[in-house]
Design a protein around this ligand. Structure first.
Ligand SMILES: [Fe+2]
Length: 289
């Protein structure tokens, strides 16, 4: 069977019209639950993913024990002592969490990502301009696993394929959960995990995803994920925009200013319009100032 014939049946049904209308109303700032039509896709079974994982470069996979507290420092994440292939094939019982990063490196998965994003593109283009830097990630987790409190730099839709999980999403741009210094560290290459405090609990919204459900997660909206009682498989399709790139540049600019004891600048809700400061940052970076 060719790659095309394997993936063709699902190409036009990633998101039904009703989901696109809901996404349109929420993008880019509001988390929202959607539904999708990719459940049962043959590129997303456990066996297909174990084979994919084994042909991916080691730098594109990350896995560890899955029963973690909500707040974990990157250097304290415990390993599970297994190979990645073993981790995926026995994930029902090994208490682990794994992510396959940039699965678009593989042609079949690239086609799947492109097809799903093509359905969203007109909505995205109207709101935040062209879709930049498209990437896909696949998350596999054992029953009861926890993905600790963290944030991501991309516009993201997470599609639940198998099992259930509850994602608790917090507002982006909340200085209580993510102080400015944390944003600056993150954009400077710091780890995605965030410090957790029980004081944050009331600010989050818990959304449970079953197979066929999806969630739109805005750029840098902090979240943690608790897996249900079965193996969970999720596909994350992501993109950047001029807005998300501009936000990163301005926080990096602030890091540079802060290091020199200079006053930092405000990052607006539409940072793509702060082009003078972005230009200044690019010049300073180029000059190594
Ligand atoms: Fe995430």
């Amino acid at each position: 069977m060719t790659v095309q014939s394997r993936i063709a049946p699902s190409l036009s049904v990633a998101f039904p019209d009703s989901a696109l209308a809901i996404f349109d109303a929420a993008y880019p700032d509001r988390p929202v639950k959607l539904n999708h039509g990719l459940v049962g896709h043959d590129l997303l079974t456990l066996d297909a993913l174990a084979l994919l994982a084994e042909r991916m470069p080691a730098t594109s996979v990350e896995y560890n024990l899955g029963k973690l507290p909500l707040g974990v420092r990157a250097e304290d994440t415990p390993t599970n002592g297994l190979t990645l292939g073993e981790t995926i094939r026995t994930i029902e019982s090994n208490g682990s969490w794994a992510v396959l990063k940039n699965v678009e490196q593989d042609a079949a998965y690239a086609a799947l990502l492109d097809a799903a994003l093509a359905e969203l593109e007109p909505i995205v283009a109207r709101s935040t301009g062209p879709m930049l830097h498209r990437e896909a990630f696949i998350f596999l987790s054992s029953p009861g696993s926890v993905t600790p409190f963290h944030m991501d730099p991309e516009h993201n839709i997470l599609l639940q394929m198998q099992g259930e999980k509850t994602m608790t999403v917090f507002p982006a741009h909340d200085a209580l959960t993510v102080p400015p210094e944390q944003s600056e560290h993150f954009h400077g290459g710091g780890h995605r995990n965030l410090l957790w405090s029980d004081d944050f609990a009331g600010r989050g919204t818990a959304i449970t995803l079953y197979p066929g459900d999806a969630i739109h997660v805005p750029v840098k909206a902090p979240h943690f994920v608790q897996n249900g009682p079965a193996v969970s498989i999720s596909l994350s399709i992501t993109w950047r925009s001029e807005r998300s790139v501009a936000e990163g540049e301005l926080h990096s600019f602030n890091a540079l200013l802060r290091r020199r004891g200079l006053p930092t600048i405000g990052v607006s809700a539409k940072p793509e319009g702060q082009w003078i400061k972005r230009l200044l940052y690019r010049v300073m970076r180029k000059l190594g100032v």
